[in-house]
Design a protein around this ligand. Sequence first.
Ligand code: AMP
Length: 223
Amino acid sequence: MIWIFLGAPGAGKGTQAERLRGDFGFVQMSTGEMLREAMRAGTELGKTVQGYVTRGELVPDDLMAEILQQRLAQGNTGNGVILDGFPRTVRQAEMLEGILARHCWQLCGVVYLDVSEEIVLQRLGGRRNCPQCGANYHVVTMPPKVEGRCDRCGAELVVRPDDALEAIRKRLEVYRRQTEPLVNFYSQRGLLERIDAGGAVDEVYQAVKSVISRRWKRCLAGE
Ligand code: AMP
């Protein structure tokens, strides 16, 4: 069973998906994190995507679909998979339909985390990331227990290069132009669940959890 988390950068996709992992046994697949991992490891893939990611541009669709397909085919999919950051274009969404059909995977729902641009700018401005395990923090709303250190692995937290102001602007513009059309795409297919994601993390999580519980039952019943 597959879930998609859709929303602007900073909408809270990663944060909410991470929580669902604990409560529902889902596996989170963050395409952004996969790319950052490849860049950290200095692999061929990492070198290929570095420029796009740092500039806040999208990596080409075919490459992203290939990466996702390979990851899904590896198995280890828990009680279901949350796609965090994929698809990001209508073409990727169409390719995803093909991948899911080929493997008989079912798309249970698309959780659309809706936030204003003002909130996105506030959130991304204070975001800190663990370069070792990928965990995200925020200096004001979600600080680590020890300042500047990751709670999970103790590594020193950094500001992602694509969280620099220029790159944030670019990512928002790319989101509006290329990713936002997916709201209609999935709404037309009866899969979209819109959630107001401007509130506190716990508040948003309650809304996400209730949508997932409801849809999960329907999905299990084969509806
Ligand atoms: P994220 O961590 O989801 O904000 O992704 C960080 C960056 O990785 C994006 O700004 C893109 O450059 C790249 N990226 C992640 N997922 C995709 C995708 N599905 N399609 C194209 N580029 C992506």
